[in-house]
Design a protein around this ligand. Structure first.
Ligand code: GDP
Length: 431
């Protein structure tokens, strides 16, 4: 019966995909509530590696209904390619297991081109966008000139909207950014066709979810990116254009906030960041190289190497507060093996004073120096461990300290990429 929101507590790439996949086995409904195809969950099932950009990974489970909420921005080309790829591997995708909100905003080709051209124009001040049109699409949503899925599947409305928005987009592309403009016909034909292919998947996701909740089904809300990439609460402007925090689950799907029973925060045992922005615990030494190599910290969507550093409890405690976390899932604990000592950042020092919350401005965050607590490391391989009591004493000690500092119980520990490489302390669907 409980509904669970899974949310990243850091800057994304916490290993949410694996935890979502584990929990999906017990959920009847899995729903995405924000972001676009800049998410990139990687899942290893047996010998097969699956990368999901848009469709909830629940699609791998028989009988699970996957939903894409109104808070998502959807690139139909990417979605159709993802559907085709799954089907070519024998996984059927249709209205019985995938539904998309009629209110979901559509990423159009001019969004992608604007994204890339603007990022290039920024030069050294780049914010590290993935160039997939996600930011420009959210801009159009707020400006009330977005195209939604319900428009995409209606050829007449699509035509009218494209003709309406294109002159402004072309003006920006050509005159401001020096990029190629679009002719309406370049867009209309392929997008009308894609609309027809996707038409059968449209639904009122809010109604589906409310019905599922009324019927006592388990619903899993799958957050993309992470808390500190939240457009309101993150390290602005090095953020994404949506609200990954748990509150976004309600806005981005149309299920009221009282129905969000558990908020599970995914915490990677160290910290990573893609692209620019301040990162107080970043390690530019051999520890950073160890984390990058052992943790295979290269973006699954972009292939970009990630910046790596120690676990930051200031960051985590902020996530506890912003999301109202009820439990933690620690991931990639195995990556810390052989590091000695293991460090946790417990506070920042700024201009000689200690602080334990994140400042609102980048200038102040850039001046924050981490205050570390050092704990003994461990040498034993953790990947075979399935019970907390079988973890080395130093590992248990480390986890207890994280739990104590965060003030939220650890419910799941991931010790390897495979589904079974997991220690379950408390199943959030049963508590
Ligand atoms: P996500 O978007 O939050 O799912 O994060 P990523 O796409 O960066 O996925 C994390 C990567 O780490 C994937 O390649 C997973 O297979 C892998 N992974 C997940 N959990 C663990 C773990 O506990 N240990 C190790 N070594 N790898 C893991």
């Amino acid at each position: 019966m409980p509904n669970i929101v899974v949310v990243g507590t850091q800057w994304g790439d916490e290993g949410k995909g694996k935890i979502v996949d584990l929990l999906t086995a017990q959920a009847q409904v899995v729903v995405r509530y924000q972001g676009g195809n800049n998410a990139g969950h990687t899942l290893v099932v047996g010998q097969e590696k699956f990368i999901f950009h848009l469709i909830p990974s629940g699609i791998l489970h028989d009988g699970t209904l996957c939903l894409i909420g109104n808070g998502v921005v959807l690139d139909p080309e990417v979605l159709l390619a993802e559907i085709d790829r799954l089907q070519s591997r024998g996984i059927a995708v249709g209205p019985e297991n995938l539904r998309i909100s009629e209110r979901t905003q559509v990423i159009m080709p001019y969004h992608r081109r604007l994204d890339v051209a603007r990022e290039e124009a920024r030069g050294v001040g780049r914010i590290g966008t993935t160039g997939r049109g996600i930011g420009p699409c959210y801009e159009d949503k707020a400006a009330r000139r977005g195209i939604r899925m319900a428009d995409l599947v209606n050829p007449e409305i699509l035509r009218a909207k494209v003709w309406e928005v294109l002159p402004e987009k072309n003006f920006l592309l050509e005159k401001w950014l020096g990029a190629e403009p679009f002719r309406p016909e370049d867009i209309l034909e392929p997008y009308q066709e894609m609309g027809q292919r996707l038409k059968a998947l449209l639904a009122n996701v809010s109604v589906l979810l409310n019905n599922a909740a009324r019927d006592g089904q388990n619903i899993l809300f799958e957050g993309a990116q992470g808390t500190h990439l939240d457009i309101d609460h993150g390290t602005y402007p090095f953020v994404t254009s949506s609200n990954p925090v748990a509150g976004g689950a309600s806005i981005g799907t149309g299920l009221g906030p009282r129905q969000l029973h558990h908020i599970l925060g995914i915490v990677k045992a160290y910290t990573t960041r893609v692209g620019g922005g301040p990162f107080p615990t970043e390690c530019l030494d051999e520890v950073g190289t160890h984390l990058q190599k052992e943790g295979m910290e290269f973006g699954s969507t972009t292939g970009r190497p990630r910046r790596c550093g120690w676990l930051d409890l200031v960051v985590l405690k902020e996530a506890v507060r912003l999301n109202g976390l009820t439990g933690l899932a620690i991931t990639k604990l195995d990556v810390l093996t052989t590091l000695n000592p293991v460090k946790i950042c417990v506070a920042y020092e700024v201009d000689g004073t200690r602080r334990d919350s994140m400042p609102a401005t980048l200038a102040e965050l850039e001046r924050c120096r981490p205050v570390f607590e050092e704990l003994p490391g461990w040498q034993a391989d953790l990947r075979g461990v399935r019970r907390f009591a079988d973890l080395p004493a130093a590992t248990q000690n480390y986890l207890r300290r994280v739990e104590e500092l965060a003030g939220v119980p650890i419910q799941i520990i991931s010790v390897g990429p495979e589904r079974e490489e997991t220690v379950i302390i408390q199943n959030p669907f049963q508590g």
